[in-house]
Design a protein. Sequence first.
Length: 262
Amino acid sequence: RIPGKTYMIIAFLTVGTMGLSNTSLGYLNYPTQVIFKCCKLIPVMIGGVFIQGKRYNIADVSAALCMSLGLIWFTLADSTVAPNFNLTGVVLISLALCADAVIGNVQEKAMKLHNGSNSEMVLYSYSIGFVYILFGLTCTSGLSPAVTFCSKHPLQTYGYAFLFSLTGYFGISFVLALIKIFGALLAVTVTTGRKAMTIVLSFLFFAKPFTLQYVWSGLLVVLGIFLNVYSKNMDKIKLPSLRGLWKKSVEERKTRTLSQTV
């Protein structure tokens, strides 16, 4: 249902964000890359404004800032190696973030405009992306050495690649369902929160030192998630205003004083 031209753009952006992100690891360490990825919420919001003409309220903006700052703080606490900033790596990961931010908004706009299904999006965008990568490997003579290496280590390459592809398919399907139903911002909020859960699970499965910085940064992420959920359900969730809390406090004080007088 979605035009092929749109799929070609999405496939190009998908290959670009994966390639740029992986290439940046040659210049940046992994914690530094994750720190940059934690800021993806903000480019998604900017892309939503320019691509879809969306307008976000103060709760959405606050949620994006809270989750980004919380996850950056979380990752800094988890990192035992000082970030090694490299200009080339910073440029590469920044371009990957920009492409990633555009992908979600283009997918959301295309799926809503043409009523495309998640399976269709995955099939065509990744099939076209496969052609892009195959053409690039053929032109750079990188296909033959890869096939030779995989033939020597079939379990570690084909076996793990199958599991990675299978779990990746389910993950992409869930993300596309989130994009179609709730929008790109909420989808990225969930995937960003997943990074925090990954770090929490790492404490359960691997022994490592613990600091209170993890607690405060985790609470900041939880606050961001709450603000995002609240922005989507403002009509159902009625939070008391500061004026209402003040009036209630004054009334309780008067009642307490009156009861003491009596």
